[in-house]
Design a protein around this ligand. Structure first.
Ligand code: NDP
Length: 289
C-alpha cells in the first residue's frame, strides 16, 4: 500500500524558529531592545498552564522577551480589562496574548476585543479578522496560518483545489476557510449540521479537520491522493493524543499531517512570528501604540 507523504510540522517549526532567531537578533539591534510578548492568564487550567509554559520557553529560544501575568480565578472582569489596557499603553510591549479559557464570569469576547489590534498576536480581534475577510491580512490566527505555512513549505499549491474544512470555530475553521479562499481554493465549510458530510469530504482535494472528535475521518471518506490536514488534538482515556483523522487515512491520502507532530508545533512558531511582525510595526509607527 502506498503511504501518504508525512507533513512534518516539527521540522518545519524548527526551520521557522531558526529564521526567527536571526530576525529577532536584527530587530533587537534596531530597536535597542528585544521584541516583547505579554501573556495574560486567569485561574488555573492544567492544559492552559502547559500551553503558556511552552509559549514562554519558545520565546526564550528565539530571544523574545516574555512577560507572564497570572491573575487569580477570582479576578473581576474589570481587573482583567485594566491589565489589558495597561499593556495596550505600554510602549515596551509589542504583543498581547490572552490565554483562553478565562474564568466563566469573565466575557472572553469582550477581553479579546479590548486588546489593541496592533498588539493582537493571536489575530482574534474583529479588525484583524475583518482584514483577513477582505483579503488584506495583517495579523492572522496562529493555527490556520500554521496550516498555510505547512502547505507552502511542502510546495502544495491550493489554487483551484476543492477544499473541505470541517469545523467553523472563530479561531480555527472560519479563518482557515478564509485563508484558503484567499489562496484561490474553492472552499466548503462544514459543521455539525452539514448534510452528507462524508460525500463532501470524498470529493475534496484538500481536507482540513478541526472538529475535536478522535479519528472521525476514516479512510473510505478520502479521495485517493488528497491532502489531509489534521488540526484535531484529542486526549484519549489512556492519556495519548489523537487527531480527528484515523491513522489508516495514510493508506489513501497523498499527504497527511500526523498527530502529534503536525499542525500543533506550528501554532507556537506562528505566534512568535506574529510577535516579531507586531514589533516591526511598532518600531515603524511607535505613536500608533
Ligand atoms: P470548537 O469546539 O470550537 O469547534 C468544533 C467545530 O466542529 C464546530 O464548528 C462544530 O460544529 C464542528 N463539529 C462538531 N461535531 C461535528 C460533527 N460530528 N461533524 C461535523 N462537524 C462537527 O473547536 P476548535 O475549533 O477550537 O478546535 C477544533 C479541534 O482543533 C480540537 O480538537 C482542538 O483541540 C484542536 N485545536 C488544535 C490546535 C493546535 O494548535 N493544533 C489549536 C486549536 C484547536 P458546530 O459549529 O455546528 O457546533
Amino acid at each position: 500500500m502506498p503511504l501518504a507523504i508525512r507533513i512534518d510540522g516539527k521540522a518545519v517549526s524548527a526551520d521557522l524558529e531558526a529564521d526567527l532567531i536571526r530576525e529577532v537578533a536584527e530587530l533587537t539591534r534596531d530597536a535597542n531592545r528585544p521584541p516583547a510578548l505579554a501573556v495574560i492568564m486567569a485561574g488555573h487550567d492544567p492544559a492552559s498552564d502547559l500551553y503558556v509554559k511552552r509559549k514562554i520557553e519558545a520565546c526564550d529560544r528565539v530571544g523574545i522577551r516574555s512577560l507572564a501575568f497570572h491573575l487569580p480565578t477570582t479576578a473581576t472582569p474589570k481587573e482583567v480589562l485594566d491589565l489589558v489596557n495597561q499593556l495596550n499603553e505600554d510602549a515596551g510591549v509589542d504583543g498581547i496574548l490572552v490565554q483562553l479559557p478565562l474564568p466563566d464570569h469573565v466575557d472572553s469576547d469582550a477581553i479579546l476585543q479590548a486588546v489593541s489590534p496592533d498588539k493582537d498576536v493571536d489575530g482574534f480581534h474583529p479588525r484583524n479578522l475583518g482584514n483577513l475577510l477582505i483579503g488584506r491580512p495583517t495579523m492572522t490566527p496562529a493555527t490556520p496560518t500554521g496550516v498555510m505555512e505547512l502547505l507552502k513549505r511542502y510546495r502544495i499549491s491550493v489554487a483551484g483545489m476543492d477544499a473541505v474544512v470541517i469545523g467553523r470555530s472563530n479561531i480555527v475553521g472560519k479563518p482557515m476557510a478564509m485563508l484558503l479562499t484567499n489562496a484561490d481554493a474553492t472552499v466548503t465549510l462544514c459543521h455539525s449540521r452539514t448534510r452528507d458530510l462524508a460525500d463532501k469530504i470524498r470529493r475534496a482535494d484538500l481536507v482540513v479537520a478541526a472538529v475535536g472528535r478522535p479519528h472521525m475521518i476514516k479512510p473510505d471518506m478520502i479521495k485517493p491522493g488528497a491532502v489531509v490536514i489534521d488540526v484535531g488534538t484529542n486526549r484519549l482515556p489512556d492519556g495519548k493524543l489523537a487527531g480527528d483523522v484515523h491513522p489508516d487515512v495514510a493508506e489513501v491520502a497523498g499527504w497527511l499531517t500526523p498527530v502529534p507532530g503536525g499542525v500543533g508545533p506550528m501554532t507556537i512558531g506562528i505566534l512568535l512570528r506574529n510577535t516579531v511582525k507586531a514589533c516591526r510595526l511598532h518600531i515603524a509607527a511607535p505613536s500608533a501604540v
